[in-house]
Design a protein around this ligand. Sequence first.
Ligand code: UD1
Length: 418
Amino acid sequence: MKIIEIEGNRNLTGQVRISGAKNATVALIPAAILTDEEATICNVPEITDTTALCDILELLKVKVNRSTESVVINPQTMENVEIGEEYSKKLRASYYFMGALLGKYKKAVMYFPGGCSIGARPIDLHLKGFEALGATVTNEDNKYIVEAEELKGANIYLDIASVGATINIMLAAVKAKGKTVIDNAAKEPEIVNVATFLNNMGAKISGAGTSTITIQGVEKLHKCFHEVIPDRIEAGTYIIIGALCGTDFKVDNVIPEHIDSLLSKLKEMGVNLEIGTDYVNVINRNEKLKATNIKTAVYPGFATDLQQPFTVLLTQATGKSKVTETIWENRFMHIPYLRELGANIEIKNQTATIMGPTKLKGAEVVATDLRAGAAMVAAALLAEGKTTITNAEHILRGYEQLVEKLTAVGAKIAIKEI
Ligand code: UD1
């Protein structure tokens, strides 16, 4: 097991450069198999989720060449073999191979995906979308066989604007015969990034970033070069860390528009920010932050993935703040550990009420999932004394060079294997 140790209560200053977006990368890598030629993806973060997907590519006999920040994927020698549970369980996004393999071979055999335990995380909308395109789905003991004689464009309405279902249906529909329309599609920037990648390879997708996406099927996709957008969740996490303990704390390589909902909440609380075209600078820590309420929502609403780190900042605001989680039913696992560190938080149903400000003091805590882990790191950086975070593997799934980036701005942080 990996643990992270942090000696907190230090002033952080300097610059943190944001890496490529995890949630775009994890869809772009499976999407690359849809061409028979070479796809080069750059600005790829070095996180364990990327490694897990490259392992699946290698299982499928795809040539993968990884160098710093880029992956070259060549599926010329590819074979459509079953993706075993040991591969699919490593991350949630393994499910993008379902859509991509179905789109390419009209058949995918794989197991139910893994990922953070933040809710039930069903994939019924993905499967209904595949069925609408003409596929049949067989499911036995977590193993899914999705196959079709022919994939035909269809009109698909998503009951929930699911990020995963939107991308997976796009992957399956790109080479289907005729036109597919996805209504109530998710609008996250990562979806636009994936649609741009597919279009660069010759796909005909329009409307990505709106709630109606139209895909005109094409026969072939060709080679391309593509860049991953900056990670808005990593950016948001570091901006929150800056608000907690930064002075002249510059978060660089950011698309501020992607984190509008966070930035407006930070301004409302009184965080001193300077927002540039591609950076956000936390000028200094405001000792008198105002309490506020947030409710998570699909993009462009307040991102559920930033809810947990944001809760840490609310422990420092004066008065009563409320956090309502509407996307995942099990996303308050960081709260008991924030209490261990000294926070005053109560949970009722899907709302956490935070009374602040409270002083935080180092303790032994657990990273129960990726973003809960990020919240623990943020809290530990502020807390007086030493905090030990166990199960740190979760954090490394989504934050590239976390220890190096934080050390460079003055944090005392170390990662150890025990
Ligand atoms: C993606 C992100 C994750 C983020 C989430 C919401 C990736 C790899 N992960 O997850 O970080 O927290 O979006 O912004 O991009 N649902 C169903 N049936 C389905 C699919 C989803 O009921 O078939 C429900 C889920 O249980 C959840 C909601 O829809 O309540 C949103 O899920 P979705 O947008 O699909 O999340 P993911 O794509 O898994």
